[in-house]
Design a protein around this ligand. Structure first.
Ligand SMILES: [Zn+2]
Length: 239
C-alpha cells in the first residue's frame, strides 16, 4: 500500500508542470489507480465483507433467539456479485478523494504564486512524505477493512428481510470512545440509509467532524473507531 502511494507521488510529480499550465489536466489517473487499489486490497476486503456478513448473521440469530444457520448465505449470487464489485467501488472512492486533496494542495500553492519547484516540495511534504505515506497506507488498510466488515453486516441484514433498522453502539475499550462516537451511541436509523451524507458534519463539544470522504452507513466514524452496530428487528424496539 505504501509502495502504491509512493508511485502515485511520482505520477503527480510528472504531471505537475502540465497541470500548472492547464489546471483541468489531472494530477492522478484516478480510474487506473482505482483498479490498482482494488486489485491490491481485494483479498482483504472480500474476506472482511464475508466476515462482516457472518457476524451480521450471528447477531441476527442472537437478536431472534435462534440458532445460527451456517454457510448457506455465501452462495447467494447477489452477495457474490456485490462482494466482487465492492473493491472497485472502494478504489474509486479512495482515489477520487485523494486526487481532490492533492489538487487542493496544489491550487493553494498556485494561488500563493509558488513556482514548480516550490509546488513539488509542498506536495511532497504535505502529501507524500515518508511518514505521511506510511500513515495514509495504514489508515486506508485499517479503516477500509473495518468499513468492509460493516458493509457485510448491513448487507446480511438487508438480505434477511427481518431487520428494519440499525442501532449504533460504542464498544467499551481500554480507552473511552471519543465525544463524536459517544454522540452516536444508541442512534437508530433505517437499514440501508446513511447516518451522514458525504459533506455533512457532526458537531459536539469536542468540535466538528466533517465527512468529506464518503457517506457514513455505519462505523467506523473515523480512523481507529471501535464502534459497532446491532440489528433492530421488524416490530421490535431495541433493548
Ligand atoms: Zn467510534
Amino acid at each position: 500500500m505504501a509502495d502504491l502511494i509512493a508511485r502515485q507521488g511520482h505520477e503527480v510529480d510528472g504531471n505537475l508542470e502540465a497541470h500548472m499550465a492547464d489546471p483541468t489536466l489531472p494530477l492522478l489517473d484516478v480510474e487506473a489507480w482505482a483498479g490498482t487499489y482494488a486489485a491490491t486490497l481485494e483479498p482483504v476486503l472480500q474476506r472482511m465483507l464475508l466476515a462482516g456478513w457472518r457476524e451480521g448473521q450471528r447477531r441476527l440469530s442472537t437478536a431472534q433467539g435462534k440458532a445460527l444457520i451456517e454457510g448457506w448465505d455465501v452462495f447467494d449470487p447477489n452477495v457474490l456479485t456485490w462482494a466482487q464489485n465492492y473493491p472497485r467501488e472502494f478504489g474509486a472512492r479512495v482515489n477520487t478523494a485523494f486526487a481532490k486533496r492533492i489538487t487542493q494542495v496544489v491550487a493553494t500553492g498556485m494561488s500563493e504564486g509558488q513556482r514548480l519547484s516550490e509546488l513539488r516540495a509542498r506536495v511532497n511534504e504535505q502529501v507524500f512524505s515518508g511518514t505521511a505515506t506510511k500513515a495514509k497506507a495504514d489508515t486506508i488498510a485499517r479503516t477500509e477493512a473495518s468499513r468492509a466488515s460493516d458493509r457485510g453486516m448491513e448487507q446480511s441484514w438487508i438480505n434477511s428481510g427481518v431487520v428494519e433498522a440499525k442501532v449504533w453502539r460504542t464498544t467499551p475499550m481500554e480507552e473511552w470512545p471519543c465525544e463524536w462516537c459517544l454522540a452516536m451511541e444508541g442512534k437508530i436509523i433505517e437499514l440501508g440509509q446513511p447516518y451522514f451524507d458525504q459533506g455533512q458534519e457532526l458537531e459536539t463539544d469536542a468540535g466538528k467532524l466533517r465527512f468529506d470522504y464518503e457517506t457514513v452507513q455505519g462505523p467506523p466514524l473515523h480512523p481507529n473507531c471501535h464502534c459497532t452496530k446491532d440489528p433492530v428487528l421488524i416490530d421490535e424496539e431495541p433493548g
